[in-house]
Design a protein around this ligand. Structure first.
Ligand code: SME
Length: 165
């Protein structure tokens, strides 16, 4: 297992392009989902200047299903998010990536950190296409995420669940 990542100081597109194969190599052979998500969040945080990056996982509870905080890097975050709640719960309910350039303009946004200004949330899907969790990234900059992030983070979301379901 590689112990360090070698990622350029270039554009974010270049960073993603260099990170993806290293992440695939890092995760190869590890089947435990928690372990995979933990190192994936560390690798993303080490590569990009983001406030918070991590995962919420769909869990069964008495009242139904809920997103529960999983491995992440960054400030302390909310433990649980209901279906359809906030950006994470909305991405889960809609089963689609949500790009939020200004979190204050998103109705129902859950402010885990008052420093967060923009956000992207990407569903993690099982082999049948059902949402099993989300990858959530927060930035202190307004409009920090675009279609480039969406395309690469969707690849990363698919990679992290591949052998770790
Ligand atoms: N802002 C998210 C909640 C999770 S934290 O940002 C880590 C939301 O609205 O779903």
């Amino acid at each position: 297992m590689a112990e360090t990542l070698l990622v350029t100081q270039g554009s974010k597109e270049e960073k993603y392009r260099e990170l993806l194969p290293q992440l695939a190599a890092l995760l190869a052979g590890e089947t435990d989902l928690t372990a995979r998500l933990a190192n994936a969040s560390a690798a993303l945080k080490a590569t990009f200047d983001w406030l918070w990056v991590g995962f919420y996982l769909v869990r069964e509870e008495r009242g139904g299903e809920v997103l529960v905080l999983g491995p992440f890097q960054g400030p302390i975050a909310c433990f649980r998010i209901g279906h359809g709640r906030g950006v994470c719960g909305a991405a889960w309910a809609r089963n689609e990536t949500l790009l939020v350039p200004d979190v204050e303009a998103f109705p129902g946004h859950i402010a885990c950190s008052s420093l967060s200004r923009s956000e992207i949330v990407v569903p993690l899907r099982d082999a049948a296409g059902r949402v099993i969790g989300v990858l959530d990234v927060d930035s202190v900059k307004l409009g920090d995420f675009d279609e480039v992030d969406q395309a690469w983070l969707e690849k990363i979301a698919a990679l992290v669940v591949e052998d770790g379901r």
